[in-house]
Design a protein around this ligand. Sequence first.
Ligand code: UN1
Length: 486
Amino acid sequence: MELRQYIGGAWIPGSGALVNDVNPSHPSEAVAHFYSATPEDVQAAVASAAEAFPEWANTPAPARGRILARFHQQLLDHQEEYVRLMMVEQGKTRPEAEGEFQKGVNLVEFFAGEGFRLNGETIPSEVARTMTYTLRVPLGVVAVITPWNFPFAIPLWKISPALVAGNTVVFKPATYTPWIGVRIVEDLLEAGLPPRAISLILGAGGEAGEALVSDRRIRALSFTGSNAVGARLQQLLVGRSVKVTMEMGGKNAVVVAPSADLDLAAQGVVQGAFGAAGQRCTATSRVLVHEAILAEFTQRLSVRTRALAVGPSERDGITVGPLISEEQLKRCLEYVQDAVHRGAAVIVGGDRGPEPGFFMQPTILDRVTDSMPVASEEIFGPVLALMPYRTLDEAIRRTNHVPYGLSASIYTRDLAESHQFIHGVDVGMVHVNNPTIGGEAQLPFGGVKASGLGPREMGHEGTLFFTEVKTVFMDYSGTPRIGNFY
Ligand code: UN1
């Protein structure tokens, strides 16, 4: 299967290098291939989006929302195809792919309704017979660059608000998951989106993304991905008036307090640490356990972790699929070896999986200290650092000691302790008796410190990012403005 880009209202092959789209459960199987976008392809995509902008911006917002509502129905009609693509292209297990599908369609459903809610405000003026109010207007061409770990939901949570707000989009999905990107664009077009309101570019490595972000015609960038790529894109934007929202790394901690329901906590930590094979920015990668319950909790956590089944995502009973690439697998193994070298102990896992795909055993490390890289750097794989703590203040301080601030969670039955934790942790999202992962379409999603830049995504705030405020002074007095209010 050859995948094509969508530029200027036509499906065309890229003119750059050949890239194989590989099944990470069976790396010898090429699922599809494509030819990368060149900088000229990218420029053509931006030019087409710029031409399409005025007409789309002038389409009433509820009508834009209705196209998204039809798109929502298209996605539902093609559910099985998307789920299978997430399994073969990304390596998700079926329940994980179904979960991501549900989340993605919820997002589209929410943003379709935003067409009815692009409200400005009326605000009283200082001046008699003058009406002052704000309008929410679109920005223009926006660039959407998305990662491979949520190849369905993340594009939808960026493209849907961008379109409903009246922008035109140039979308670059991750190199590892181009096919899902192609299907999303096909379904948008079938739903009635004007052909040039979206372009799709497929690129290998950084070239296409950098050409996109370097284009002076883009008015906003919505990016999810690594801190390294995020920093590079920020450099390309220096000195330009481009709105930015970036969602990057995490090093999320769960605190298990003495009063916690230990089974619930163990289940939540396993889900947060090893779901999606740990390849999510919200993954639980540290668990701080009160010393009084350390032995008991470690035992329950280990039993649950050993019960996970690693293997090809399509096989029945598999609960942990592959990592995305050999490179990613090596990186995870190196973190484990480094931690052991520094004095940590592997208590579960620690090695590759048993089969040829990019599999890694879910791994728990004990005797970890805060200064080890495994306890402070994002790993993006199924590796969990287990550490004891003594006081809640200490647990909060250590939760905060990393450069990231995406999400955190506490398992406790103590209400005061919950509130102290909520108040004390420096993160964008905080959970009580819940894993560190996940989000809901209508709730703002994102992090502080190195985890993010710019406004939150999802929810109404996610829509507002893709708009500008226009302040209107409507003077119906028929007299010149005098006084101090200029
Ligand atoms: C989730 O936790 O279910 O890249 C979503 C990521 C996040 C999405 C996480 N942007 O992992």
